[in-house]
Design a protein around this ligand. Sequence first.
Ligand SMILES: NC(=O)c1ccc[n+]([C@@H]2O[C@H](COP(=O)([O-])OP(=O)(O)OC[C@H]3O[C@@H](n4cnc5c(N)ncnc54)[C@H](OP(=O)(O)O)[C@@H]3O)[C@@H](O)[C@H]2O)c1
Length: 249
Amino acid sequence: MSTQDLAGTTALVTGASRGFGRGIAAALAQADADVVGVARDPARLEDVREQLGSRFTAVAADAADPVVAGQLIDAYHPRTLVLNAGASPLSRPIHRHTWQTFSRNWDVDVQQVFHWIREALLRPLDPGSVVIAFSSGAALNGSPLSGGYAGAKATIRFITAYAAAESEREALGIGFTSVLPQLTPATDLGSSAVAAYAARAGTDVSAFLEERGPALTPEQVGKAVTELAVSTNRETAYLLTPAGLSAVK
Ligand SMILES: NC(=O)c1ccc[n+]([C@@H]2O[C@H](COP(=O)([O-])OP(=O)(O)OC[C@H]3O[C@@H](n4cnc5c(N)ncnc54)[C@H](OP(=O)(O)O)[C@@H]3O)[C@@H](O)[C@H]2O)c1
């Protein structure tokens, strides 16, 4: 398959109003998919609609709400489902978290992936559909200033792999894969994490970034997601860096 095969199909992207999600929505619209973008702030979504035009449908909603997941899967029956929305963790050491701040990414990111993947399997989506869930490179190495973030993102990788196995067992033909992007200052979430880790290292942000090398961009993320959406030989998890996707075993 090539990205041309996405033309006229429906893609649903959560967290489409900014950051990676906006880059993913743009790449899918560029491939002539009809893109449904979900985020809470309607003004930011309207901005994306102005950029992408009539191929983009904005839905202002909480992606972690199980009713939203059920309603939107039923209404749009997406061929490509990208579960990208995520909360920005409070950047501080573990003992400065409360349980509520520690567990924010469980309440938003994990809950979202759980509800939408459940709906995708129950409906089920059509054979040939693909579900791409956003984990993080932090799932492999930890993220000591981000409370429960790394554990939540590791759980997203597990949930996605469990769903891939269920799809296989039931011969549903739905592809499930997770993406583990490297930390980047190119988004709101990434820039506050980078600022916190630079401060912790006792260095300024530009020196911190220089040491890390090239940073991942939302455009690269969009390209990687469209590639995964049409891949015929998909692994269950991929690390994503500026060099591209590499399978995580
Ligand atoms: N940036 C990085 O360095 C990095 C690295 C690894 C993994 N990731 C992961 O990649 C994904 C995208 O991150 P990003 O950096 O692009 O973040 P971002 O710039 O902060 O954007 C987050 C997006 O998610 C939406 N969102 C947040 N909570 C939501 C909710 N409850 N319901 C619906 N939409 C919601 C936001 O819109 P509203 O606020 O309007 O709802 C926004 O569109 C996240 O899952 C993140 O954990 C990012």
